[in-house]
Ligand binder design. Structure first.
Ligand code: PLP
Length: 361
């Protein structure tokens, strides 16, 4: 059996809640969704959570509610899942792509400054991604956002359970967006959420995700139906209770691989800088011989992933967006993610560790 790269943990707790919800008839929006929103907000120490259909719609709703519209510009990373940029495009705004740090693969604040300086009339928001579960450099990005008086948004789709100097991811921006897709650190099936401490923003979000509704059959604006289902929320309530355990196992598995890679001549372990708590959504190594390592691991029965083989400005859909991002381009050729998720058995973790150790430089 190949060691899989992702595997959601659905157990008795999820099934119990799912069954109760199904029998109660609360299949769509309702008390379960409110309870799930409160649980995620509480976990992150934030006052409001607004659940959505997925992570992409969470990002779209957040940017829209922050006032991003046609002609506005949002700075983000070229090295992310395409949904990050798509959410900006859904607002009618072109993304402005700033390069990443070559080691953390998160936005490089110096590149963000340069990208803003290169925009006539400045930018309207900064969207930071906590790639692979490693918190982006939020202190430096906050300083830049404040200097330009623009909102800072977290794409936390990969970073549930991560933190920076003790502050949970999800509480570090003006708004934070999660995805609960089955491959993420916790799941609701499809699903997402926006967190914010800003009550007025939360109200705009809640309106937008529910047809712009301000009262029963009164619609203040053209909104969307981005509502999470009650069934999804039921699974999510069980998952948020287990999130700390999930992340602890991810970190334990990562520590095992770190040990093996400590003195490896040609494969670098992902960085886990002091002060940050990496959630290891992915354990992503870098090597000049990525494709050879991938074949070697496949021969050992170990599934791997390349996230992402093309930076956003190299996607056909973004042919009109140019970027100077040599670090992102180099990373696209060098990254390889190995299985680190909590469904791995001890034996499977050993197999991955041995597979990495046995790679000849
Ligand atoms: C998964 C992901 C998204 C999108 O979430 P969906 O729930 O799939 O829509 C956005 N950004 C990043 C960084 C992601 O990993």
């Amino acid at each position: 059996m190949t060691v899989s790269i992702a595997d959601p943990q659905i157990g008795v707790a999820e099934l119990d809640r799912l069954l109760d919800t199904a029998v109660s008839g609360q299949l769509a929006d309702g008390p379960n969704v409110r309870a799930f929103e409160a649980a995620v907000a509480d976990y992150c120490g934030v006052s409001h959570g607004v659940a959505t259909t997925n992570g992409t719609t969470a990002l779209h709703a957040a940017l829209h509610a922050l006032g991003i519209g046609p002609g506005d510009r949002v700075v983000t990373t070229p090295f992310s899942f395409v949904a990050t940029a798509n959410a900006i495009r859904l607002c009618g705004a072109p993304p402005v792509l700033a390069d990443v740090d070559p080691e953390t693969l998160n936005l490089d604040p110096t590149a963000v400054r340069a990208a803003i300086d290169g925009c006539d009339g400045g930018v309207d928001a900064i969207l930071a991604v906590h790639l692979y579960g490693l918190p982006a450099p939020m202190t430096a990005l906050r300083a830049i956002a404040d200097e330009h008086d623009v909102p800072l948004v977290e794409d936390a789709a990969q970073a549930h359970g991560a933190s920076l100097r003790g502050e949970p991811v999800g509480s570090l921006g003006d708004a934070a967006c999660f995805s609960f897709y089955p491959t993420k650190n916790m799941t609701t099936g499809e699903g997402g959420m926006v967190l914010t401490d800003d009550t007025a923003l939360a109200e705009r979000l809640r309106r937008f995700v529910n047809h712009g509704r301000t009262d029963a059959y009164v619609h203040g604006e053209v909104g969307q139906n981005y509502r999470l289902t009650g069934l999804g929320a039921a699974i999510g309530q069980a998952q948020i209770d287990r999130l700390d355990d999930f992340v602890a196992v991810r970190r334990r598995n990562a520590a095992r691989y770190d040990e093996v890679l400590d003195d490896h001549p040609s494969v670098s372990a992902p960085p886990d800088p002091t002060g940050s708590r990496h959630a290891y959504h992915q354990y992503t190594v870098q090597t000049d011989r990525r494709d050879t390592l991938r074949e070697h691991l496949a021969d050992e029965g170990i599934g791997t992933g390349v996230y992402y083989p093309r930076p956003i400005h190299r996607q056909p859909a973004y042919a009109d967006v140019s970027a100077t991002a040599p670090n992102a381009e180099r990373a696209a050729d060098r990254v390889l993610s190995v299985p680190v998720h909590p469904a791995l058995s001890r034996d499977e973790v050993d197999r991955v560790a041995d597979g990495l150790a046995g790679f000849e430089a």
